[in-house]
Ligand binder design. Structure first.
Ligand code: BT5
Length: 323
């Protein structure tokens, strides 16, 4: 953990701690302690100071500082390094720049994105502090044909994490979204680099709407976007959810490495916002309507129309809800 993280922990023990004590525990001078306290205050920590008793942590800011997210996270791969930014154009873009210099499992996080990206050149609305905008850098030993399943794995992990932390289960909308009550809570953008037939790096970009109210969304999204707060009716602690997500992602990933994707696919079939529904498909060449009837073992979606079945491997599949 970083020095600042250690200092936060020392300050958060209920009672006041003297500057001398802090200096001894951190192995630094009292002047350095004072400088670090100042730095923490600038980061939004409220720390009270008493001339004789020392320092005491009053409150933490609602920020996803790496040491806050890493607290209690015992992962061996995902999130062992967290690159944190107050603002980025796009975490996927930044992850791409870092690809060759960081370890696998590195997470790039930003409090806000000014040019957040969706698929096919679409944009992703990422206001400051209201959501979790992150990218995970992976070097999976999979063939590119397995990419649709890795995409689903990222969605499954999030559905599980939300269920664990908030006790409701958002549904998997093939191929890359999480829905609850017909609103999009999260979207995933997976980008690959490598040569033909081989995936060198995969960047899994995840956007999670956490604390927005309906009116915080731009008008064009108000009919279809949702946040975790809109479901629970209360403020949601982002750090805890993010930590749980990184845990669930790691569990699902190692499970897939060792046993394949059956478990992940079974989850998608059980907790689905797509299967058994009329859908509108845009496969990049044609737009048509049909019914989503199955998720194949390779992660493709099977559509039935006029008694004929066809497979969609990539594209947009929009459930037609009766609103
Ligand atoms: C996605 O694309 O759903 C993938 C979104 C991935 C975002 C993450 S955030 C961290 C990382 N860094 C990035 O730059 N991106 C990733 P797609 O299926 O194409 O959906 C995009 C569409 O969703 C848009 O055209 C809007 O209609 C809608 N949309 C945009 N922002 C939204 C939001 N915050 N919540 C719900 N829907 C949104």
């Amino acid at each position: 953990m970083s020095e600042l993280g250690t200092l936060v922990d020392l300050l958060d023990r209920g009672a006041f701690v003297s500057g001398e004590d802090l200096a001894a525990r951190l192995g630094v001078s009292r002047t350095m302690v004072w400088k670090q306290i100042k730095a923490l205050r600038e980061l939004g920590y409220k720390i009270s100071a008493h001339p004789r008793r020392g320092y005491h942590l009053v409150s933490r800011p609602d920020k996803l500082y790496p040491w806050e997210v890493a607290k209690g996270l015992a992962n061996r791969l995902i999130g062992r390094t967290i690159e944190y930014f107050d603002e980025l154009p796009s975490t996927n873009q930044r992850a791409k720049e870092l690809l060759n210099t960081v370890a696998e499992g590195t997470v790039v996080l930003a409090e806000t994105q000014t040019a957040g990206r969706g698929r096919l050149g679409r944009s992703w609305f990422s206001p400051p502090g209201a959501g979790i905008w992150l990218s995970i850098i992976m070097r999976p030993p999979f063939s590119p044909f397995e990419l649709p399943k890795l995409n689903l794995l990222a969605v499954v992990a999030l559905s599980r994490a939300v269920k664990d932390v908030l006790d409701f289960r958002p549904l998997v909308k093939w191929p890359n979204d999480l829905y609850y009550q017909e609103r999009k809570i999260s979207g995933i953008l997976t980008e690959v680099s490598g040569e033909l037939g081989r995936m060198e790096h995969v960047i899994v970009g995840v956007g999670i709407n956490v604390n927005q109210r309906l009116t915080d969304f731009p008008p064009d999204l108000r009919g279809k976007a949702g946040s975790l707060r809109m479901v629970t009716g209360r403020f949601v602690e982002r750090k805890e959810l993010l930590r749980k997500y990184l845990q669930c992602f790691e569990e699902e990933y190692f499970h897939a490495l060792e046993h394949g994707f059956d478990h992940c696919l079974a989850y998608c079939r059980q907790y689905t916002a797509t299967l058994g529904r009329p859908v509108e498909v845009d496969d990049g060449r044609n737009i048509y309507r049909g019914e989503a009837v199955a998720i194949a073992d390779d992660g493709a979606l099977v559509i039935e129309r006029d008694g004929q079945r066809s497979r969609v491997v990539a594209g947009d599949v929009q459930p037609i809800f009766d609103r």
